[in-house]
Structures are given as structure tokens and as C-alpha cells.
Write a protein that binds this ligand. Structure first.
Ligand code: G
Ligand code: MN
Length: 397
């Protein structure tokens, strides 16, 4: 059931000068709903709704500057409504009113980005003031987002519910790009690194996605989705090309990685698992054992981003890698840096001694390639050879 106290169709959610901002009031008790609508009516353009699902449909119209809702309602609760609102709008302020306040309820509401958690009874002038403030801040948030997008920066979601919604959209729509790793001596492709590509505007870069997954405790879920995608495409690889897949260190212990029914497992001998040096390894002994198991199953292991993250030799001792990928920090401008040359040259001879292959990442110029090649480096990855692409592009030499 829906009650309106006036036509709202010509109103903007920003509450243009002379027009009251449009708000949505949700309560399952008709008496309370009526009371709230009347109390807020003169100040705001009120749309009243008696249940959460109906309220969500209203919010989707995108005309409101704030939502005031009861928490305890049959069907959809106020918290669920809040989450649904976040899927639609990262900023829209939601004020939750409750007759049964609790710390747990408040904590949950805050986590999902409630604007105010209001225990009953409350006085109406204060509520009116709070809703006014909410609509003003909403206007500000919209302007900020607009300003950021003008500067080419997508404003990330600011609360958990918004982040969850962004993350779900990303999971439903992400793709992967493949960048060749080439052998200069044989002038052939050695393998392809599978790289996550997000089309979700609020999580544009793989690092944003990873950060979001970490904040949401969803790295395992992300890892599974990425591995399934990479395996699906990687199963189309021709010749003896290898598939390089990035793994967050925490994914190493995921049982799914060695599930015999997984596609990636079935092609283990053609897969290189890249473990970044940017994140610390936890439960070292467990990781060490797991790596030997993975290697027994046919996987190869690479240390990724060497020179970009944690110093020391821990990752080598624990992972016992087959391949080392030198970060582009060390590659960039190596022809002009004696320090970088000495460093990479030492890593190269160490790799030879330890029977590991070295990949130079992020090679962009012929000068970088030539200096590295003269040191004895053979495997290269970088824009100079090929950018990541949706298909398995073979560069010409
Ligand atoms: O951390 P990792 O090495 O997995 O990151 C690879 C990232 O580096 C990818 O996002 C890829 O697009 C990017 N990349 C690959 N080659 C180059 C390059 O030559 N220059 C730069 N700047 N980035 C590169
Ligand atoms: Mn990588």
C-alpha cells in the first residue's frame, strides 16, 4: 500500500530551491506510517510505503533524497532494505527507527552504512532536523561523486553495503585479459598471464577488487571465480603454452584449489600459480607443505612482483618457486640505473644456481629489453611485446 500526500513527479531528489526534498517513509504499521508522514509532510515531499519490497521499487525510481524506515517489519526488515538501497545508490541516506534498540542491531546498521539509528521514542522536531541534514549530505555526496568523476576518478563505495553491492556486480561481470610471456632466444610464446579485468566503475582496478574482497572477507570467493574463469579460457591454450594465474597467498590453502573435479586441477601441469610478494605469507609451515603438495600435483609456482613487496628470503624458502617474476619497478629504466642492474643481475645468477626461471615483468622499451637480455635474461613480459588482450595474442619478433 502506498500513500502520497502530493504529486512528486516533477521533483528532483536534490530538493531544488523552493521545493521540498523527496523522502520515502517505510513502516508496516499504518498508524505509525501516517503519523510519520504527517509529521514530515510539510518539510518534505513524503512517499509512504508499508513494506520493504515496495519501498525498494520506489527507491529504484531514483527520486528520493533520504529514506526513513522501521527496522522490524514482516517480510523485508529495515536492514535488508538498507542493503537493497545500497545496490541502487551508494549514497542515499537511510535512517532506521526501532522500538527494540539493541547493540547488535545498531552495530549491524552501522556496518551497512545507516545514516542514523533512531530508538523510539524520538521527538519529531529532532527527526525532522536529522532528515534535513541527511538530504543535505546526500546532495553533497552526489556533488562530490560528480566532481570525482569529472577528474576521472570513480568514487568507491563508502560503506559495507555499498561495497558488497559493487563487489557482487563486479563478480557477475568481470572478464580476464591475457598477456604473453615470451622467450627471446626461441622467439616463441612461453605462456600467458591471466589478469582480472573489472568493468564495475566503482572497482576499476584489480587492486580495488582485491582490497574490496579483503574488506568483505571474500578473497576465497574471488579466487575461486577468477581461477574458474582463467581455467575456462586457459583450457583453449594451444601448443605447450603455460597459463599463469595470480593467487592471493590466502588462496593457497583453499581446498578448492586441489579439488579433482576443478578444471584448473585437470590442467595442473600447464599451470603456473603466481604468489605475490606484496602480501605476507601466513602460517608458514602449512604453506610450505601445501606448496609441495601443489607441485606433486603438477602445478608450478612463481614468486610474483619480486622487488615490490616484502624484503627477505621468506617467500623463496617457503614457496620453493620454479619461476621468479621480477617486478617492473626493477625493470623500469634499468639501462640508466647501476643499482637496478646489479640487483637484477644478482637475482639472475641466484636463479640459475637454484634452477629457477626468471621473468622480467613490465618491459616497455627496447633499451630495457636489451640490457636484460645482455645479462642473460630470456623470459619477458611487458607492453613492448604485447599488452594484455582478451585473446591469446602472439607478438611478432
Ligand atoms: O602484479 P602483477 O605482476 O600480476 O601485475 C601485472 C599488471 O601489470 C597487469 O595489470 C598488467 O596490465 C600490467 N602490465 C603488464 N605489462 C606492463 C608494462 O609493460 N608496463 C606497465 N606499466 N604495466 C604492465
Ligand atoms: Mn602476476
Amino acid at each position: 500500500m502506498r500513500m502520497r500526500n502530493s504529486s512528486r513527479s516533477e521533483h528532483s531528489e536534490l530538493g531544488d530551491a523552493g521545493r521540498p526534498p523527496a523522502i520515502l517513509v517505510v513502516d508496516d504499521e499504518p498508524g505509525v506510517l501516517d503519523m510519520l508522514s504527517r509529521a514530515l509532510g510539510p518539510t518534505f515531499e513524503v512517499t509512504a510505503s508499508q513494506d520493504g519490497a515496495e519501498a525498494v521499487r520506489q527507491v529504484e525510481k531514483g527520486t528520493f533524497a533520504a529514506v526513513v524506515s522501521d527496522i522490524h517489519m514482516p517480510g523485508m526488515s529495515g536492514i535488508e532494505l538498507l542493503r537493497a538501497v545500497r545496490e541502487h545508490d551508494a549514497d542515499l541516506p537511510v535512517l532506521l527507527v526501532t522500538g527494540q534498540p539493541s547493540w547488535e542491531g545498531a552495530a549491524q546498521a552501522i556496518e551497512y552504512g545507516v545514516f542514523r539509528y533512531i530508538p523510539k521514542p524520538f521527538d519529531l522536531p529532532t527527526l525532522r532536523q536529522t532528515v534535513t541534514q541527511a538530504t543535505q549530505l546526500y546532495r553533497l555526496a552526489r556533488l562530490k561523486r560528480e566532481a570525482l568523476s569529472l577528474g576521472g576518478i570513480a568514487a568507491g563505495p563508502s560503506d559495507r553495503a555499498g561495497l558488497e553491492a559493487s563487489f557482487e556486480r563486479m563478480l557477475a561481470s568481470f572478464g580476464m585479459a591475457f598477456q604473453p610471456i615470451v622467450s627471446l632466444s626461441t622467439k616463441t610464446v612461453f605462456g600467458y598471464e591471466a589478469l582480472l579485468r573489472s568493468s564495475e566503475p566503482s572497482l576499476p582496478h584489480p587492486t580495488d577488487v582485491l582490497e574490496a574482497a579483503e574488506r568483505l572477507g571474500a578473497t576465497k570467493r574471488l579466487g575461486r571465480a577468477v581461477r574458474a574463469f582463467a581455467a575456462q579460457r586457459g583450457s583453449q591454450l594451444e601448443h605447450d603454452w603455460l597459463l599463469f594465474v595470480n593467487l592471493h597467498p590466502s588462496e593457497l590453502l583453499d581446498p578448492d584449489l586441489t579439488d579433482p573435479s576443478s578444471l584448473l586441477m585437470s590442467m595442473a601441469s600447464r599451470v603456473v600459480l603466481e604468489i605475490t610478494e606484496r602480501a605476507p605469507l601466513s602460517s608458514l609451515e602449512e604453506v610450505r607443505e601445501r606448496c609441495s603438495e601443489l607441485r606433486r600435483l603438477g602445478f608450478r609456482i612463481a614468486v610474483d612482483d619480486l622487488g615490490a613487496g616484502y624484503a627477505g628470503l621468506t617467500s623463496f624458502a617457503i614457496l620453493d618457486p620454479d619461476i621468479v617474476k621480477v617486478d617492473m619497478n626493477l625493470v623500469r629504466g634499468i639501462e640508466g640505473s647501476a643499482i637496478k642492474r646489479r640487483l637484477v643481475s644478482s637475482v639472475l645468477s641466484l636463479c640459475r644456481e637454484m634452477d629457477m626461471l626468471l621473468v622480467a615483468e613490465g618491459v616497455e622499451t627496447p633499451a630495457e629489453r636489451d640490457v636484460l637480455a645482455n645479462m642473460g635474461c630470456d623470459l619477458f613480459q611487458g607492453f613492448l611485446f604485447a599488452r594484455p588482450a582478451s585473446s591469446f595474442y602472439q607478438p611478432a619478433f
